[in-house]
Every structure is written in C-alpha cells, then in structure tokens.
Design a protein around this ligand. Structure first.
Ligand SMILES: NC(=O)c1ccc[n+]([C@@H]2O[C@H](COP(=O)([O-])OP(=O)(O)OC[C@H]3O[C@@H](n4cnc5c(N)ncnc54)[C@H](O)[C@@H]3O)[C@@H](O)[C@H]2O)c1
Length: 353
C-alpha cells in the first residue's frame, strides 16, 4: 500500500505518518511539505530516522503544480492521499492572506486534481469545524449538513477548498472531507493555544490569554484524529465527516490544568484584548462518525498530561521560534484587513489547470 500525506512534517501530518506506519506494516508513505520551520525540521528528522525504508519526504510546495506532478510521476501510484498541507491557523492566515488563499485553495485544487488524474483510490481533505462559524449558545450543534459561515481568511480559504472538492468529486476516487475541532498533542507548533501555554510555562513566563478566557473550545487529541481518518477511509461513505471529542473547555480552565503540571508558586495569567474574530464557542455534532464505530479514546486531562510530558522531554531540541506581538498590534492588523474577507473576491481567480 502506498500513501501520500501532504503537510506530513507538520503537527497533524507527522502524527498521522507515525500512526499509519505503526498500524500498517506493508504501507509506505510519501510526504510532501514545503516546511522549514523548526518544528518541521524536528519532525522530518524524526520520521526519516524512525522509518528509513518506509517514509520519503519531498520538499515541495503544493502551490507548484508542476513540482507536485513530478512527485506523482516519480512515485508511480498512490492508493490513498491525505491532504493536510495548509496555512493552518487564523493568525498565520491573517498575517499573509495571499499565501493562505493560494496554499489552502489553489494548493488543495492541485493535490485533488492530480490525485484524480493519477488514479488514487481514496482522498481525504482535512478541513475545520470553524467553517461552520460560531455557534449561538441556544442553537443546536453543527452537523455535516449545516450551512458554512466562515469569517476569517483561514476559514474562508478552507471552506472554498471544500466547495471545490464537493463540486468535482467523482465515483472513481472515494473522497472524504473531514471537519476537525481544535486538535492538540505532541509535535504541535507553539503558536497553537495549548502548545503556547506549555511553552510559556517551560520558559517561566506568564500565560497570555486574549479576552476574558471564558471562550470555550472543543479539543481532540491528535491520535484520535488520526484514528478517525483511518476509520473514515476504511468504513466511510464519500462525503463529509465531523471529527470531535465532545469535550469543551474554557481557555481559563486549560491554563489552570496546564499550570498544574509545573512547579509554579502562583497563577501567572495575563489578559489582553479579545481578538475581533475570537468566537465564544463552536459546537460540533460527530454522530455520523460515531456511526462508523469510532470514538475518542484520549480524554482531555490525560491528553494534556502526555502533551506536557512530551514538550518537557524535547526541551532544548526545539528553538521555539514564534512571533511575539502585543495584543494591541495584532488587533490593529486584523481590523485593517477585515475588508479582504469577502468570499466573492476569492472564487473567480481559481482555476483548474
Ligand atoms: N491543528 C488544528 O487544531 C486543526 C484543526 C482543524 C483542522 N486542521 C487542519 O489540519 C491540517 C494540518 O494542520 P496542522 O495543525 O498540522 O498545521 P501545521 O502548520 O502543523 O501543518 C501544516 C503543514 O503544511 C505545510 N505547508 C504549509 N503551506 C504549504 C505549502 N504551500 N506547500 C506545502 N506544504 C505546506 C507546513 O509546512 C506544515 O508542515 C490543516 O489543513 C489544518 O487546516 C487543524
């Protein structure tokens, strides 16, 4: 069996390669990633050292269709493609919306089209629950049929890619769109909320929280997300699947749990302005996935414990490169870019080459 995982030296990608290669001994995986962030290098070294004969890594940008096609040609055939390459956070997409749109939309189109063209059997695109928009406390949880209401460059770009895939699916390549809640775990880049809190604790710094910290999120451990991909690829019917743990937690509670894993004498939290698009809560219904026999196995407190242990164990190996902005600066930048977030301006520029 042969699999292509794009974004395979990223957070979810590396864990996914690890999960699949441990589970399927006859599997080889080709990774495509453009990454050279410190976490990517660390992850790539890990994969190549652990699976020298079963994992190959191409340093290719998914926006570059020609280079991508060479990978498909070189490797002859893939049974399955899991597409994870993306500008995967609101912050980074706000910082460089053009790159985010090009990667998340045109890059996805490139990977999807080539997968169809080169006879791939199964294709999985990991999207996000944020494409549904925020949930009002009195409304029901989002199902796969709920309308999309994306509001940020990241969410809009993911929603546009989903639409393209849904419009171009065919009967030959079994195609799945997964919409995941927030994912956490080992190997995440420290811009993400949990990893950033752990990083602050490791460095003896206060935990910075935007807003009052009472906004809540649903977190799913990365291993449960990987097992969900596996279940969907093997048992699912082509279409959309929500992936979530059902465990919602406030940002304040997260900070308390994480600080509890360090010898801090006092609660070191500082609060900044709420971000303009920092939704109070999302709400995901993953009954459809449950119907395939999948259920989450890592509960939040245990998952956080093992995540903290992992970051403690690699301390010193990763240089925690991260852009430190004051909350005021970030907010100003977001407000200035608000008028770019019009979906109508995105679609016409997209083409299938
Ligand atoms: N982490 C989460 O909480 C979460 C939640 C829902 C959905 N997702 C989705 O899961 C996927 C993986 O996210 P992640 O958290 O692992 O992010 P990540 O940033 O750790 O991984 C993304 C990978 O894609 C690579 N990449 C980015 N632009 C590229 C390009 N132009 N060409 C080739 N490679 C490129 C990066 O180098 C990185 O290794 C993304 O599609 C993201 O939208 C993530």
């Amino acid at each position: 069996m042969r699999m292509l995982i794009t974004g395979g030296t990223g957070f979810v990608g590396t864990n996914c390669v690890d999960f699949m290669l441990r589970k399927y001994k006859d599997l080889t995986i080709t990774v495509v990633d453009n990454g050279d962030a410190s976490t990517n290098r660390h992850n790539k070294d890990y994969l190549l050292a652990t699976y020298p004969d079963r994992c190959i890594v191409y340093h290719v940008d998914v926006r570059d269709r020609q280079a991508l096609e060479e990978v498909f040609r070189d490797q002859k055939r893939f049974d399955t493609v899991i597409h994870l390459a993306a500008v995967g956070s609101n912050w980074h997409a706000l910082d460089n919306p053009k790159f985010a749109f090009e990667t998340n939309i045109q890059g996805t189109i490139n990977v999807f089209d080539l997968a169809q063209q080169y006879g791939v059997d199964k294709f999985c695109n990991n999207s996000t629950t944020e494409t549904y928009g925020p949930r009002h406390p009195s409304s029901t949880f989002f199902t796969e049929e709920s309308p999309l209401q994306p509001r940020t460059p990241y969410n809009i770009s993911k929603a546009e890619a989903d639409k393209y895939i849904l419009e171009h699916m065919n009967d030959t390549m079994r195609t799945f769109i997964t919409r995941s809640s927030n994912i956490y775990g080992e190997r995440q880049h420290p811009h993400a909320v949990i990893a950033s809190m752990i990083r602050s604790c490791l460095l003896g710094k206060p935990i910075k929280i935007t807003g009052d910290g009472n906004q809540s999120r649903e977190f799913t451990h990365v291993m449960d997300v990987c097992s969900a991909f596996d279940t969907i690829l093997h048992k699912g019917q082509p279409g959309i699947y929500n992936i979530g743990s059902g465990e919602n937690v406030s940002i304040n509670r997260l900070a308390e749990i994480i600080q509890g894993h360090f010898d801090r004498e006092e609660d070191l939290r500082i609060y900044g302005n709420q971000r303009p698009y920092d939704d109070r809560q999302y709400g995901l219904n993953h009954t459809k996935l449950g119907g395939l026999g999948w259920k989450p196995t890592v509960e939040l407190e245990g998952g956080l414990r093992r995540t903290v242990e992992w970051y403690k164990s690699i301390r010193g190996e990763l240089d925690f490169e991260i852009i430190e902005s004051s909350f005021g600066e970030v907010q100003q930048r977001v407000l200035m870019k608000q008028n770019l977030f019009n979906t109508d301006s995105v679609h016409p520029s997209l083409s299938r080459a």
